[in-house]
Design a protein around this ligand. Sequence first.
Ligand SMILES: [Zn+2]
Ligand SMILES: [Zn+2]
Length: 249
Amino acid sequence: MRNVKQSKFIGFLKKLGDGFSAVMHPKGYVCIGCGTELKEEYHARSICPECEAELHYRTGDLCALCGKHIEAGHICSACADHPPLFDKAYAVFDYDGLARKLVISYKDGEKPWLAEYIAKYMKDYASAMEITADMLCYVPSSEASILRRGFDHAAKLAKLFADYADITAIGALKRIKQRKDQTKLNATERFKEVADAFALNSAEAAKLVEGKRCLLIDDVLTTGATASACAKILKEAGARSVTVLTFAR
Ligand SMILES: [Zn+2]
Ligand SMILES: [Zn+2]
């Protein structure tokens, strides 16, 4: 699904740079990927050209619903079989190369400040793709992972994104079923496993969500099962639409 917005986005990438503030980097003018000192021309984006080449923007033919790479047609076979409950999912990068390394370094707590860069890439992508929303929500982490990491990784990305985009982020959702290891599950099993894992955080959250276009933030989209389960709750609360945006997939 190569469309006008995507062409616009590619044009935008060529101009990208102004919005990236090197001062966000706590260690000064070094590359977020490899840590080498950067020449002045790369300060604005805090990334060296070699590392940047390792970030693969998701372009080409993508499923109109979940954003999966497809060979032909409009939507992927998984979406045809089980349509997701969100309206559309976008991801900035393929989950490989540097994008994968950044997510892991961020979530492991090794480089928590990477959140600022990850959220900035997401915000710039959303602007370029003209993704609009009334409010941000995020996929809530399990208590175990918050305890382990010391922070809620998607909440942190959503709050930074909200600051950059001047939009409100709310913790509308909570996890009511603890996360099991999903790596051994196939797509159908994952959908079943997370289907009842979430609930609204409060009656207040329901009021805030009603009639709104929600942008649901997470770091990585895999099968889309988690995002779909969250979208179900938001829509039951009256959300007008739920668009999903992740850093990678
Ligand atoms: Zn580098
Ligand atoms: Zn799909």
